[in-house]
Design a protein around this ligand. Structure first.
Ligand code: SF4
Length: 481
């Protein structure tokens, strides 16, 4: 079992989903957040159209750029290594998260680091980097506000761009009061700036005393050997300019060939994530501090991590490597917004996680995730790089079946259904009977409250009873007239 699989809780999706859907505090937090995400993206896309730009055309260009990278990933990575090294950075390679963590710990120990400030990096979550640093006596301090909150709470992020979206203001106030050593006070959303200021004051001391800064990278630009960092808080710049060592831990698929490609991707990334035309801070980090410069690290080290990515190249799942981690798929997913991110059990939640988790941690370690979909294709229709997420989830389900990973009962049921579908007279007779039975189960309002054979479907919602005739009956009647 891989290290990622060992840490994956994705096998417990069903049990966790049951818990999350009945958690009133979580449901309150999610209910507030969803319209914000969806509304902001819709406004961002509409504003682009007002400027005479076509978002759909930009999506196609972004998709093509990402496909061009994946077609020659090894070449672009070599170019990146050469250009980054020429600008004084060091480039290291890690096969998996464990190796990435080991490399970061070795760098910290070699340079006598006792504290490291961190800007948001999902790869460091894959690598369980904080635990590795703590075990080696290095204190990791998350500085993105959402990440800071979940670190204080001892939790994992529940969303890739809004890590603490599952928390209510009351929960955050209780946490700050406890961790910052002060009495709790009643809070409303008007107090958010004050609470942010409080976190900033605590974090400032860490920025000034950390010897090492650790970040991910939204993109790596091959032609210049640059890491592009896109954030909405100033923390990314503090982490990359104040400490003497800057370590970038990111996946090998994050490469873009040119700065022009980066400019194109930046037209779709912030709009898809938060609806902004551009994020508050866009930093292009190249090399180390030059002798005449007053800020920047003395040492920049890139750790480029595979952790299951390379094996997807040339496979039926290659499209997934186009992902630019915008979060739009989860923001529009009815399943994600019923459960929150923690139900998914690993680093990536929502539709992208339902594909990535089985691919990175092993298909047998996340059996329920490719089924955590209503098949509505909201995710596929908003993805800025046109990843066909529902298609990939279907493909994973097929693989589960081919590998004999589905329960015997389910396989028999599908075999029986397949046989019945080839007996049209019997099939029609049974469908008529089933429709009649469902109508009989319904109450006066025409809804089925509890369905005996599949109670899971009606535990949290009503099922409308079939109305009128079956499709075959209607079709036959139409042909007769
Ligand atoms: S799969 Fe698409 S929508 Fe989802 S995070 Fe990745 S790029 Fe964004």
């Amino acid at each position: 079992m891989s290290a990622a699989a060992k840490h994956s809780q994705a096998m417990f999706f069903r049990a966790r989903a049951g818990e999350k859907v009945t958690n009133p505090v979580l449901q309150r937090a999610l209910k507030k957040a969803k319209p914000l995400f969806v509304g902001k993206r819709a406004k961002g896309v509409a504003a682009l159209a007002e400027d005479g730009l076509d978002f759909e055309a930009l999506r196609s260009t972004a998709e093509n750029i990402r496909n061009r990278v994946l077609a020659d990933l090894d070449v672009w990575l070599e170019i990146f290594e050469e250009r980054a090294t020429a600008r004084g950075a060091e480039v290291l390679w890690a096969r998996d998260g464990e190796e990435a963590s080991r490399l970061v710990v070795e760098i910290a120990q070699r340079h006598g680091v006792t504290k490291a400030t961190k800007s948001k990096s999902m790869l460091s979550e894959e690598a369980h980097l904080n635990a590795a640093l703590e075990a080696a006596g290095v204190r990791p301090v998350e500085t993105d506000l959402g990440e800071y909150i979940v670190q204080l709470a001892g939790e994992a992020p529940s969303h890739i761009i809004a890590p603490a979206v599952h928390k209510t203001i009351e929960e955050i106030e209780a946490l700050f009061a406890k961790e910052h050593g002060r009495p709790a006070v009643p809070r409303t959303s008007d107090d958010i700036p004050a609470m942010t200021r409080e976190a900033r004051e605590v974090l400032r001391q860490h920025f000034l005393t950390a010897e090492m800064g650790i970040t991910g990278a939204n993109f790596l630009i091959a032609e210049t050997g640059t890491a592009a960092l896109v954030t909405n808080e100033g923390n990314g710049r503090m982490v990359t300019t104040l400490p003497r060592i800057h370590v970038v831990v990111t996946g090998i698929e994050k490469i873009l060939p040119t700065l022009e490609d980066f400019a194109t991707l930046m037209r779709v990334l912030p709009r898809s994530a938060t609806g902004q035309s551009i994020s508050n801070y866009v930093s292009l980090l190249t090399g180390t501090r030059a002798p005449a410069e007053t800020e920047g690290p003395e040492k920049t080290i890139f750790i480029l991590v595979d952790n299951g990515r390379a094996k997807l190249l040339g496979s039926a799942y290659q499209d997934m490597l186009r992902c630019i981690r915008c979060g739009a798929c989860m923001n529009h997913c009815p399943v994600y917004f019923s459960l929150g991110g923690h139900a998914y059990g690993w680093v990536y939640p929502g539709p992208m996680g339902s594909v990535l988790t089985p691919l990175y941690t092993g298909i047998e370690n996340a059996l329920d995730l490719p089924h955590a979909s209503t098949g509505c294709n909201q995710c596929g229709s908003v993805c800025p790089v046109r990843i066909p997420l529902p298609k990939l989830m279907h493909r994973l389900r097929e693989d589960q079946l081919e590998l004999g990973l589905r329960p015997q009962r389910e396989r028999w049921a599908f075999r029986l259904w397949g046989w019945l579908a080839r007996q049209p007279r019997l099939y029609r007779w049974l469908v008529r009977r089933a429709a009649g039975y469902l109508r009989w189960l319904a109450d006066d309002s025409g809804r089925i409250r509890i369905l005996g054979l599949a109670p899971g479907w009606t535990v949290g919602r009503d099922l409308p009873a079939p109305a009128g005739k079956t499709f075959h009956e209607l079709y036959a009647a139409r042909k007769r007239h």
